[in-house]
Ligand binder design. Structure first.
Ligand SMILES: [Zn+2]
Length: 440
């Protein structure tokens, strides 16, 4: 059965269109955009933002302080492992449901879930943890691409650490067997964790297995070039910086999703752009962890594209994530307006949403026929939009707004009113209970 939604303004790839009716089929896909009139379902609808990088379980770490005196990424990681290793499938489902609900409230209508907490706390191998994420996505209503992670080592040439035992798949065939067994349960992508956790032989084996497969191309996500220490270790171990090494040893292409890429050199930016690979920035997490600045302005100016992710999920708000990216570049370069497109129909929001489609491996991030009916509707009564024409709303929202100006979101044409629900109620009792258990 088809349905339709009418909006006074709709941000499509052609720009801001006035008075449009969006026809949605029984699978939640847009089949047509036609002229339409009142009554409207909202004043301005934007494409829902794909969240291109998330570790849902890390929602349980908000407020967990890192230990030790270095206060670096690596001490934060130790604190994270302590909590992570206690999480059961039941607890993961509750935490992820809360994280996904907050994503829908925060402007994200789909998520690429980078999942490495595979095994049970006692080491038992099964599908319970992945199944918990699938159940959480269903319960919340968010669209998900699950990215089972290949994690093999504790560092360049190092055996895994004891506290990484729940993440480990020793061999590529064993990992691919796990991925194949998940087929039919959810949309999938692949995620070799990082160059420090996966050697080149394994990356090439993964690549070859994909090349031999008749399945449609899956997105391949990897953490890369996030921390200076990791870049330095890669230079010592492989004689090259991480992105350059990955390109030369394995080969970049449009299916590659390079998460962070913070310390990419000018040469590496060019390799990314020419290969058609995507960068996934996580500005709030990168700021929290003190990672550094990705040269996003230069990369954008040369035609590069990036998606965004909420990564550690300490703060889940898509427009705030974008503002952190934009303001970071302004601070870095002492100039204004660094990342948005030059045309008015290319606000930073839609450019970024568009780049999220490759990361999800799904037709998301655009309002167009053939794409998922995933939208974010802005609150036309919000004070920050008062007196402005809808053309100016995305810019005003980027500069001054937050999730609080989201009136509703739609996933596959279905309305979700999570912001209102979150604003009215406190933490769900199940979530509060799990957090007490984990942090006790
Ligand atoms: Zn990550």
């Amino acid at each position: 059965m088809t349905s339709s939604l009418s909006f006074e303004y709709l941000l499509t790839p052609d720009g801001l269109e006035h008075g449009r009716r969006v026809v949605v089929d029984a699978h939640g896909m847009v089949t047509a955009i036609e002229p339409g009139g009142p009554p409207y379902d909202g004043v301005l609808a934007l494409p829902g933002m794909p969240n291109a990088h998330s570790h849902a379980f890390q929602r349980a770490l908000v407020g967990v302080r890192d230990a030790g005196d270095a206060h670096s990424f690596w001490t934060w990681r130790s604190a994270m492992y302590k909590v992570a290793n206690r999480i059961t499938p039941e607890q993961l489902e509750v935490i992820a449901t809360e994280a996904f609900r907050e994503m829908l409230a925060g402007g994200y209508t789909s998520v690429a879930e980078f999942h490495y907490l595979h095994h049970l706390p006692d080491g038992h191998r099964g599908f319970e943890m992945a199944q918990a994420l699938i159940a959480a996505a269903r319960a919340s209503g968010i669209r998900m691409t699950l990215l089972p992670v290949l994690y093999q080592r504790g560092g360049f040439g190092q055996p895994p650490l004891t506290e990484q035992r729940r993440f480990i798949y020793e061999s590529v065939p064993e990992y691919l067997e796990f991925v194949r067994a998940l087929r039919g349960r959810c949309v999938l992508g692949l995620a070799p964790h990082s160059l420090r956790a996966v050697p080149f032989e394994a990356l090439r084996a993964l690549r070859n297995a994909l090349a031999d497969s008749t399945d449609p191309a899956l997105p391949i996500h990897i953490h890369i070039s996030e921390q200076r220490l990791e870049v330095e270790e890669c230079r010592q171990f492989h004689g090259r910086s991480p992105i350059e090494a990955l390109h030369e040893e394995v080969g970049l292409g449009p299916d590659w999703q390079l998460v962070h890429a913070t310390h990419a050199t000018a040469h590496e930016l060019e390799l990314i752009r020419v290969s058609g690979a995507n960068v996934v920035l996580c500005p709030l997490t990168e700021a929290q962890l003190g990672d550094g600045f990705f040269p996003a302005a230069e990369y954008r100016a040369s035609g590069g594209r990036f998606a965004i992710g909420s990564d550690s999920n300490a703060r889940i708000d898509a427009v705030e994530e974008l503002r952190c990216a934009e303001f970071g570049q302004r601070l870095r370069l002492e100039r204004r307006v660094r990342l948005g497109g030059s045309a008015p129909h290319e606000p930073l929001w839609s450019l970024t949403a568009n780049a999220g489609a490759a990361a999800l491996g799904q037709p998301v991030g655009r309002i167009a026929a053939g794409c998922c009916a995933d939208f974010v509707v802005l609150d036309h009564e919000a004070p920050i939009f008062a007196g402005l024409s809808p053309e100016a709303w995305p810019e005003a929202w980027l500069l001054a707004g937050s999730a609080a100006q989201i009136a509703a979101c739609y996933v596959g044409g279905e309305r979700h009113d999570h912001y209102g629900a979150l604003a009215r109620t406190g933490a769900p009792p199940r979530f509060a209970r799990v957090m007490r258990e984990l942090l006790a």
